[in-house]
Design a binder for this molecule. Sequence first.
Ligand code: DHB
Ligand code: FE
Length: 281
Amino acid sequence: MAKIIGGLTTSHIPAVGNAMASKLEQDPYWKRFFDGYEPVKQWLDEVKPDLAIIVYNDHGLNFFLDKVPTFALGCADSYQNADEGWGIPASADVPGDAQFSWHLAESLIRQEFDMTTCQEMLVDHGFMVPMNLFWRQHEHWPLKAIPLAVNTVQHPLTSAARCYKLGKALRKAVESYPEDMKVVVIGTGGLSHQLQGERAGIIDVDFDLKCIDKIINDPQWMAELSNDYIMEKAGTEGIEVIMWMVMRGALADKVDVLHKHYHAPISNTGAGVLLLTDAQS
Ligand code: DHB
Ligand code: FE
């Protein structure tokens, strides 16, 4: 049986791709941010997951504003990095697992999450920056990945509550796959940031830290927040944090925190990292 062995979260800031490509990890501006990923990379090296389900939002690359699915699942055997030229060099395509994707699609749709299924999908920084942060592999990726895109761009948007429920459905979908596979679920995006308009540049450290704590210990609190409230506190793009709730829903009610890190600002964003597993006791 496939099993979810952990949940990870990370911001997916494009400037991070640029910094990695320019080998700036030890640069004073970047060092603390990148150091925050080391324990997660070590854990991944030890547990060696077979597959990552990466919950991210497309930023107008694969879906432009004329056609935006609320939830879309990659159902391909590979995904091409088409990261808008922000910095990550054109890397090897990321291998997918179409058979597993179709199983997820069937199970999720049966559980009333009506996925758009994509047999071709270009992936942008929302997907590639997390891949590079956690695995830093350009030639041969050490695992397969499945993109699960959530619309956080074109309103009306889905909610934190719905994302949390999607995570629970995703867990059932994964656990009903007959093959033995170790799966990690990665929620990307956030934390607070706004990239345009009068409030461009806002970051709310207190709200970010509260979200991290509540996502870990009291996800129901987070699930009850309205999108308007999240955007008022965290900025219009801060709404990306709802994708962390897909990861959280895919784990048990109680979790162990293997790693937690926050650093602000990086580019325009409060950047957070989490590594959670189902509670062992
Ligand atoms: C930034 C953050 C994002 O999540 C994004 O999609 C684009 C830019 C930023 O902080 O610059
Ligand atoms: Fe983003």
